[in-house]
Design a protein around this ligand. Structure first.
Ligand SMILES: Cc1ncc(COP(=O)(O)O)c(C=O)c1O
Length: 448
């Protein structure tokens, strides 16, 4: 039988087993399809044959509508660092909900929220709130262009910055006008020479370089060999602003990945953990740049009906006040333990799987080449990852379908050990399939 036929057959077997376990999710999807395109409203959570629908979540666990319990390593793409329904967040939100949820003026809690963020992130003198990371990116680029009087943006291949046209990845996505991409340059992530050349050659037109602290959506690929530090230096030397997108990486230390690597960006983009599970984004940074947002300056336009709304601000404060360096350190350790456990299984079972990541954020890939940038991550085997994913779900382990595992503070070594045992079980089960369909993935894993 051909490779394609074998793959189609085995995929069908795994998808059918999944469908048998999730009949209520399927029924909801069918209803959803009547009102929402494809029954979906968020492409990033879709997987074949359809995602589960969730009933309730608490701590590091949730139950789907079919009554199956999962340990949650997805955590809404890393957002829920304190896990779900954290009691202090729930109490604070409940109290605020009774006092008003959307008002025509700010509540004082917003100032505490801004203060917490400015205290935590050293490079952030002032902060401006939005309702999503995508909006924060949009405002960061706008203020960078306003400040420098230049239009061009340099971004890196594989870095994800949300839904705003000029940074959508891949850049040839349907519906993105060419004009939106016209003023941006793309270089590979972790390639210092390419970045330096592009920055120096375009210094008179370049407003900013935007880069993720660690490449999240593409597969949790950390910066290598002083990459962020280098970008900081070269941008400063050439009069170009350095924007660090910490929407995902902020959770890696109090003060974000910029504290780990000792870099001071001009602007930082934040979202996810700072809103405690409610819609949020923020751009923060240097006083002289951020001041352009001030109503008194009237330089850079930024409005938004629900910016810094009372519920998000309250949940944000309740979350950030509970985050300690010790707890972050502990869950970073859990992430490392997960990565080491899974690497040991790949080595023992002689399968070319890799785990990339940093601290509490880890990503599994199947590839015979080291996964180090956008291109190598895209080239990793997605068909095997799909089978692996469905088999992990069957064992009660929920992660992002792209292989991302994010730790949360309600987790202990016990949950990590359970996940590692599930990986062992799944790889043992899939080994004959890998030998048949992907013999190139049999052997000792590449070191990353
Ligand atoms: C690094 C990064 N930047 C920006 C965004 C966009 O944030 P949002 O989905 O809140 O618009 C994301 C979302 O996952 C992200 O991971």
């Amino acid at each position: 039988m051909s490779r394609e036929k074998l793959l189609a057959e085995i995929t069908k077997k795994y998808e059918q087993a999944y469908e048998r376990r999730t009949s209520k999710s399927r029924a909801i999807l069918e209803r959803a399809r009547r009102y929402m395109p494809g029954g979906d409203t968020r492409i990033s959570i879709w997987f074949q044959p359809y995602p589960i629908w969730i009933d309730k979540a608490q701590g590091c666990r949730f139950t789907d509508v079919d009554g199956h319990e999962y340990i949650d390593f997805h955590n809404c793409y890393t957002t829920m660092i304190l896990g779900h329904a954290n009691p202090k967040v729930v109490d604070a939100v409940r109290e605020q909900a009774a006092r008003g949820t959307a008002l025509g003026a700010l509540i004082p809690t917003v100032v505490r929220w801004a203060e917490l963020i400015c205290d935590m992130v050293e490079s952030v003198d002032k902060v401006r709130f939005t309702n999503s990371g995508s909006e924060a990116v949009m405002m960061a680029l706008r203020v960078a262009r306003g400040f420098t009087g230049k239009d061009m943006i340099l971004k890196t291949d594989g870095c994800y910055h949300g839904s705003y046209d000029p940074v959508v990845y891949p850049s040839d996505a349907t519906g993105i006008p060419r004009s939106a991409q016209g003023d941006s340059l793309i270089v590979p992530y972790n390639d210092k020479a390419a970045a330096e050349k592009a920055i120096v050659e375009n210094r008179d037109r370049l407003a900013a370089v935007i880069v993720e602290g660690a490449m999240g959506a593409t597969g949790m690929i950390p910066p290598r060999d002083g990459y962020l530090e280098f970008l900081r230096e070269v941008t400063a030397e050439n009069g170009v602003l350095f924007i660090l997108d910490e929407v995902i990486s902020l959770r890696l230390a109090i003060g974000g990945i910029q504290r780990i690597y000792g870099v001071r960006p001009d602007l930082t983009i934040m979202a996810k953990i700072i809103g405690g599970g409610y819609p949020v984004g923020a751009v923060g940074g240097r006083e002289d740049i951020m001041q352009l947002f001030s109503p008194e300056a009237r330089k850079v336009f930024h409005a938004g009906t629900l910016n810094a709304n009372p519920i998000t601000a309250t949940a944000g404060v309740a979350t950030l006040e509970q985050l300690t360096a010790e707890e972050i350190e502990r869950i970073n350790g859990l992430g490392q333990s997960f990565a080491e456990g899974v690497r040991a299984i790949f080595a023992r079972l002689n399968i070319k799987g890799q785990v990339t990541g940093i601290g509490s954020l880890q990503n599994i890939h199947f590839s015979d080449k080291p996964v180090v940038d956008g291109k190598s991550a895209q080239e990793a085997n997605k068909d095997l990852l799909h089978l692996f994913y469905l088999a992990m779900l069957e064992r009660g382990i929920f992660s992002a379908a792209r292989g991302l595992y994010a730790m949360s503070t309600p987790m202990t070594q016990k949950e990590v050990d359970t996940a590692v045992r599930a990986v062992e079980d799944v790889i043992t089960e899939l080994k004959p399939v890998i030998e048949d369909i992907w013999p190139e993935l049999v052997g000792q894993p590449a070191m990353v």
